[in-house]
Ligand binder design. Structure first.
Ligand code: TNX
Length: 523
């Protein structure tokens, strides 16, 4: 006896042998970012309550398997059993395998391979990081309801038959969140981390201090948060992360294989610090807290020895909470610092970062100083500055404002956001070749892409999501997938279908009429 269920193109045949055979086409699923190689095969794998997850004994891999199990349990109600196995002792049992294959040699540490057949799902990588990225693909191969936080009944949890071999184009795939202009809670930041991790981003740059607020507890300078943390754009109450809370963000990100890069912007963008400690000012007088949106009016006092004691303390405390290699020192728009002073300051700041065991990252403006080995510069507006930094040997992260600034309005109708770099519609955020943007920089010096979200005009997670989504999804694809396989029409079509997942996950995205045909553009 056979039963046939048709469900959005999915055919499930339960035969007399008791072994269900499911077929679902890979075309039913949306993969973003597009993997390097996708070879569809015949039969699908059906996840059932009785399916076992076999995981490598490595503790990080075990955590990844658990995360997959939890996501499936949350959305399907199925509570799969997880069993540990040794890599060289792969069982013949049917099931879902998370395999750490350290013997295979891969040129990239985020490479993974995923094979699904009727009997088994095998996800393989030679690093836990690669398995985590592959797990995101696995999730995208399941029905959209997998992103829900409540159980959906009557869903066939089938994975299409496929072989995928994948690795990223760029090693740096980032998002930046400005928590200084408006403060965002630990919960908001975790939500953003969850969302970006599903598109395989690997870096979260947190802009932790600016004129309007100081957001990270520094135990040796408590007034930074006591005073400097109490304001924000528009006069709201601000806020800050205690060191414990900040460490919780860092470890939440690291469980998702995302490195947090903390930014303490200097010598400009420092009014909150200067307002907290009069002695940091050249004239010994503290300015008022600032709640407007101007830039370029504040500067640390470059001639004072105390300035460097201050930076040394701040970088030491921040570095001690930073497992990653980089500390971002900002360095942008220091319009009220003399040019020579600026150079002196940036050179000293790089030394201090080095002293605390880290490398420096800075906005492209820092190219006027002498860049230390391994310094990364972040391009945002001046090709000339970026190129000149690259000529000193620096690697470059691309954040061209006209393409990647998530705080630019989409169109003139967009209520949130700014316009100084123009409107950035979903297509113009996507249609540019990162390898050719600054073609006088050797490709080997282009590290990747980061999408900055400045928060002058946003203060809630809904507003954050509205500006970030869907543009950041396109940036994730541009930085993961090779340009040769990308095409706006293919992306547009995938993004249209992906919208269902955003809705099921309650993401407040901008339904651009460039992409979502039947949508009216919300305000
Ligand atoms: C420029 S990008 C800035 C920020 C502003 C942003 C607003 C950069 C390095 N500096 O201070 O928030 O524009 O779009």
């Amino acid at each position: 006896m056979k039963y046939i269920f048709g469900w959005v193109g999915i055919l499930l045949i339960i035969s007399c042998t008791q072994k269900p055979i499911a077929t679902v086409s890979i075309d039913e699923r949306v993969l973003i970012p597009l993997p390097q190689k996708v070879i569809p095969t015949e039969n699908a794998f059906l996840i059932q309550e009785s399916t076992t997850i076999y995981t490598d004994t490595d503790s990080e891999v075990f955590q990844i398997s658990q995360a997959f199990k939890r996501q499936l349990a949350r959305s399907s109600g199925m509570n799969l059993q997880v069993e540990e196995i040794q890599t060289n002792d792969l069982s013949n049992e049917d099931g879902i395998y998370f395999v750490l294959d350290t013997d295979s040699i891969q040129s990239h540490d985020e490479h993974y391979e995923l094979t699904t057949t009727t009997e088994r799902v095998e996800l393989k990588s030679n690093t836990p990081k690669g398995l985590y990225r592959g797990m995101q693909t696995l999730v995208q191969l399941l029905p959209d309801e997998i992103v829900k936080s409540s159980v959906t009944d009557s869903i066939i949890w089938a994975l299409p038959g496929v072989y995928i071999s994948d690795s990223p184009e760029f090693e740096y795939r980032g998002a930046m969140l400005d928590v200084a202009r408006h403060f965002f809670s630990v919960e908001d930041v975790k939500r953003y981390i969850d969302l970006i991790s599903s598109y395989k981003l690997n870096t979260l740059h947190l802009h932790l201090a600016d004129d309007q607020g100081w957001r990270i507890e520094i135990k040796s300078w408590p007034k930074l948060t006591g005073i400097g943390g109490s304001s924000e754009v528009g006069g709201g109450e601000g806020g800050f992360y205690t060191q414990e809370q900040y460490k919780a963000i860092v470890s939440y990100a690291s469980e998702r294989f995302i490195t947090v890069i903390p930014e303490i912007d200097m010598p400009g963008h420092t009014n909150a610090a200067l307002a907290s400690y009069p002695e940091l000012n050249c004239d010994g007088k503290a300015p008022k807290l600032y709640t407007g949106m101007r830039v370029g009016f504040s500067s640390l006092c470059v001639d004072k020895a105390l300035t460097y004691t201050f930076i040394d303390d701040v970088i030491r405390e921040v570095a001690s909470m930073t497992p990653g290699n980089y500390i971002h020192i900002g360095g942008d728009e220091s319009h009220s610092t003399e040019k020579d002073d600026y150079i002196t300051f940036i050179n000293k700041a790089q030394e201090i970062v080095k002293k605390h065991g880290k490398y420096t990252m800075g906005w492209e403006d820092i190219q006027s100083a002498t860049l230390s080995d391994n310094t990364i510069i972040q391009h945002w507006t001046s090709a000339k500055n970026a190129i000149s930094g690259a000529r000193q040997g620096a690697k470059v992260v691309l954040s061209p404002a006209k393409r990647t600034y998530l705080d630019m309005k989409y169109t003139k109708e967009t209520k949130l956001g700014l316009t100084w770099a123009g409107y950035v519609e979903v297509d113009s955020a996507y249609v540019w070749n990162p390898k050719l943007l600054l073609d006088s920089i050797p490709q080997s010096q282009i590290l990747g892409i980061e999408s900055p979200l400045w928060s002058e005009t946003i203060s809630t997670i809904d507003e954050l999501e509205y500006l970030a989504f869907p543009r950041i999804i396109g940036h994730a694809e541009l930085s993961w997938s090779s340009w040769d396989i990308l095409d706006w029409n293919s992306y547009k079509e995938r993004l249209q279908r992906h919208a269902n997942r955003l809705q099921l996950n309650n993401v407040n995205y901008y339904a651009s009429n460039k992409v979502f045909k039947d949508s009216t553009v919300p305000d």
